[in-house]
Design a protein around this ligand. Structure first.
Ligand code: BGC
Length: 355
């Protein structure tokens, strides 16, 4: 089985004509589209030369932002006047494939998806000077940058859709990265200052003597902290604080697949394929190629016979007593998860460029 070929096929098949990506076709709660998953998926497709598909996702994101821009504007106004924003009034996180908010409590407000979309989109336009953004895309980029740079102090759920209303290190990093990239793309230097002030907050509140922590007031590790370095480049690889953070992740969360965090109970808290690929990508970029290759082999070993990568593998569970209940209530673990395939593709590409 050629897992690279299969993964590309799965990503392409999971894209609608409008450009959205379904997170996972076979899992009821994930038959929707997220800015977070989609940006990483589009990023992977772009690396393999599927530019049309990647641009189409950017356009889908722009369509959704423009559709809901009045919500964003009213959040900005409320926030600037010291008011409280009701959770359903924030820009949502989970959308139908044709770009409408999904009613209900799930994922009302998570800024990291928008931060990642902003970061990815601005990078794409800077990388290819022949590519001219449409007025819709330009409007959506301006609106997104304005929204996240003003409303972020309100807090939100983390990228695992938990800990509502908090300040989360990975989320803040995605905002900094998005605003920096937006500043470079637009030339609007005000956004450098805005990015700097988010970064200052992050350094003051999310860094302790044992390295970066998951969230303000949550002094624990989370695998998503690798995002500070890869892809967001907010901290350098050789920054001692990042190395401490990485060591803690490796010691606490790698078995050998990478778990999200110690207290994870979702499907018993298994090993996440996308995180395992993600840390492998980080290793590859910084000379730990043998470690990365082992992780790539591990990922290939957990693919199903038809070449599907799951969201997580129920091995070395952190909370084994919770597994059966999740399976009973929500069905089998989401498989294939497009985000897992995307991160695998990014890992393979990076390893290949070093061969
Ligand atoms: C994860 C999110 C992800 C979503 C869709 C959730 O369980 O926590 O990070 O965006 O699934 O893949």
């Amino acid at each position: 089985m050629d897992l690279v070929k299969k993964s590309i096929q799965i990503l392409k098949d999971g894209q609608t004509a409008d450009g959205s990506f379904i997170a996972c076709e076979n899992f009821g709660n994930y038959r929707y589209s997220w800015f977070r998953d989609g940006s990483y998926i589009a990023s992977a497709l772009l690396e393999y030369g599927y530019t049309r598909e990647a641009y189409k996702f950017i356009e889908w994101g722009a369509m959704v932002v423009n559709r809901y821009q009045e919500k964003m504007e009213s959040c900005i106004l409320t926030f600037q006047h010291g008011g409280t924003i009701a959770e359903e009034d924030f820009f949502h996180t989970r959308f139908t494939l044709d770009g409408y908010e999904v009613p209900g409590h799930w994922g009302f407000n998570q800024f990291d998806g928008l931060g990642t979309w902003l970061w990815f989109t601005c990078k794409v336009y800077m990388r290819d000077s022949q590519l001219i953004p449409s007025s819709d895309v330009i409007n959506a980029l301006n609106k997104t940058a304005e929204y996240i740079s003003i409303v972020w102090p309100a807090g939100c759920s983390d990228c695992w859709e938990e800990n509502e209303g908090g300040q989360h290190t990975y989320t803040l990093a995605s905002i900094v990265a998005g605003l920096r990239e937006y500043c470079s793309w637009s030339g609007n230097m005000e956004y450098k200052e805005r990015a700097d002030s988010v970064l200052k907050y992050l350094k003051q509140n999310c860094l302790t003597s044992i390295g970066y922590i998951k969230s303000v007031g949550l002094n624990v590790s989370d695998a998503n902290l690798i995002g500070l370095c890869e892809p967001y480049n907010i901290v350098a690889w050789d920054d001692p604080d990042f190395q401490k953070t990485l060591l803690r992740i490796e010691n606490e969360l790698m078995t050998p697949g990478l778990h999200r965090f110690l207290a994870d109970t979702y499907y018993g808290g298994g090993e996440w394929v996308l995180l395992t690929a993600w840390i492998g990508l980080l290793y590859t970029k910084h000379g730990r190629i043998d470690d990365a290759r082992k992780l790539k082999t591990w990922i290939e070993s957990v693919a199903t016979p038809e070449g599907f990568l799951a969201e997580q593998v129920p091995q070395h569970l952190f909370a084994p007593e919770k597994y059966a209940q999740w399976e009973k209530d929500a069905g089998k673990i989401a498989t294939p998860l497009l985000w897992s395939h995307a991160m695998y593709l990014l890992l393979v590409k990076e390893i290949d460029t070093r061969n």
